[in-house]
Every structure is written in C-alpha cells, then in structure tokens.
Design a protein around this ligand. Sequence first.
Ligand code: NI
Length: 223
Amino acid sequence: MDDSKDWLDKTKKKVMERFSGEEGSHDWHHIDRVRRMALQLCTVEGGDPFIVEMAALLHDMEDWKLDSTDNRNFSVREWLVAEGMEKEQAEKILTITGEVSFRGMGVITPCSSLESMIVQDADRLDAIGAIGIARAFAYGGREGRPLHVPGEKPVFHSSFGEYRNHKGSTVQHFHEKLLALKDRCNTGEGRRIAAQRHEFMVLFLDHFFRDWYMGVPPEDLQD
Ligand code: NI
C-alpha cells in the first residue's frame, strides 16, 4: 500500500473515532464534507492533494468548540510524530490546521499557503448555505441559544475571546459570521460556490423574518 493512502486511512479512522458521539454541527460528516470540498477545490485551484486532504481531516481535532472530555487533550502534533510522519510534512499540515478557524469578524486569520487557503475555504463553505443553516441551529440548540431575539443587534467581535464568550441568538450569528463568509473566501472557486450558498441564506433569512413578523420586519433588522 502506498504511503499516502496508508496515512489517509489511519487518519480517517482516528478522526472518525474522535468525532463519534458529537452532534451534527461538528461531527465526522462535517469533516468528511470539508475533506471532499477541499479536494474539489484542489482540482480547480491546484495544490498538493495529500496535504490538503490530511489537513482537512485533522482541521477540527483541537477545536475549541469540541467539549467531550476525552477529546480535550488531543495533540495532532504528538499523534503525527508518534505515527512516524516526517517533520517537514507534519509541519505543513499543522500550519494549515492552525490557520483554518474563524475567530471573529474583526480577527484576521491569514493563510500561508495555497493548501491552507483551500482548507479554510472548504471549512467556511460548510458553514454557509443549506448545510450551514442546519449546522448553525444544531450548534445553537446545543448551546441553549434562542432562534432569534427581536430587537437584538449584531455584535462586531474584535478579539477571539469576545467572539468565543458571546452568547447571542442563532440568527444573530448569521449576521456576525455566516453572512460575512462569502467575502472571506480565499480562492476563486471558493468564492464562486460561496456566492451561491450565500444567496440561499439570504432567502432563508428573508422567509424567517417574514414568517416571524408576519410580513412586517422591524426597521433595525432590515439591511
Ligand atoms: Ni470545521
């Protein structure tokens, strides 16, 4: 078996194990969609498909949103080293996984390679459109958030700490993060797909407010 297939197989197995029991917003299926999207972006944009796929598989392994106790102390670095990955390759992957996460509207998360841009785009694309809507409400439910609070205004977070600690409604989260993601995509193909998914979210919110306010949305919620 060639080496990269071997790596991908054992990484997949490890990630599936770790994400078993997670709810729908951050489960194995999220990882798998990001992996497939990243590979699709890779065929259009270029980049090393092995590095892209490995980083996509590992991108949420140390995520601050995962809270199952046995998931807390996992180190991707230690695992790659223990499994025998050569240092240079491991560093490439770790740099990408470190760069993927969205940490607030005012917090810049730059990418240092094409592979990193691709994985970041794939992760962001899974946060928008129909899947993004489903994931946002699943996550909101898990955190005990209301769907929407009339009169609530979006908050611009200028630090990661602020973003992490803020507890608004799920619809507010659309304004604080999801609607901004199409302009935060790095690659041309990422932006193209993001534009379509964005359009669907705007339509969803339009219906949401129309249904909630029975046709009369309050002034401050109209763009
Ligand atoms: Ni993710």
